[in-house]
Design a binder for this molecule. Structure first.
Ligand code: DAT
Ligand code: MG
Length: 148
């Protein structure tokens, strides 16, 4: 099954938007495979965002991500990586369509509420980084009502 790593950033946790974000993925029909609230270390975040290490906004991004706990999740289902990012909205919330999470709940790129993996490959890397003990699959009876 395709899987993605979705993370509610510290602003989203503090603003009480964890439930809203979880609910959107639940209502869509995707399967919750793992969920944790975590106070990440600087080193962990630098690893998560390693691809952006050379960007001018990198130090600010890491400091933002260290302002409080994050809620990390693994969601599974058909097309969940690409569709998950559509559900989050564009990186810059001012470019995010209304109806997306960023489009509905935030304004500035430096406080854009949530993270979603950008490819199947990075999703698997991120899942291994954030859930090193592994993520167990389980059968859902409701799948017969969601998938044809
Ligand atoms: P995304 O989170 O949509 O995958 P990304 O991986 O390019 O976007 O960047 C990771 C985060 O870094 C993004 O959610 C917010 C921050 N960021 C990206 N581009 C930025 C910019 N131009 N200025 C400030 N922060 C930025
Ligand atoms: Mg990204």
């Amino acid at each position: 099954m395709e899987r993605t790593y979705i993370m509610v950033k510290p602003d989203g946790v503090e603003r009480g938007l964890v439930g809203e974000i979880v609910q959107r993925f639940e209502k869509k029909g995707y399967q919750l495979l793992a969920l944790q609230l975590l106070h990440p270390t600087k080193q962990h975040l630098e690893q998560h965002y390693a691809d952006l290490a050379g960007k001018p906004f990198f130090p600010k991004l890491i400091n933002y991500m260290l302002t409080g706990p994050v809620v990390g999740m693994v969601w599974g289902g058909k097309g969940v990586v690409k569709t998950g990012r559509v559900m989050l909205g564009a990186t810059n919330p001012l470019d995010s369509a209304p109806g997306t999470i960023r489009g509905d709940y935030c304004v500035d790129v430096g406080k854009n509420l949530c993270h979603g993996s950008d490819s199947v490959e990075s999703a698997e890397k991120e899942i291994a980084l954030w859930f090193p003990d592994g993520v167990r699959a389980y059968k859902r009876h409701v799948d017969s009502l969601i998938y044809e």
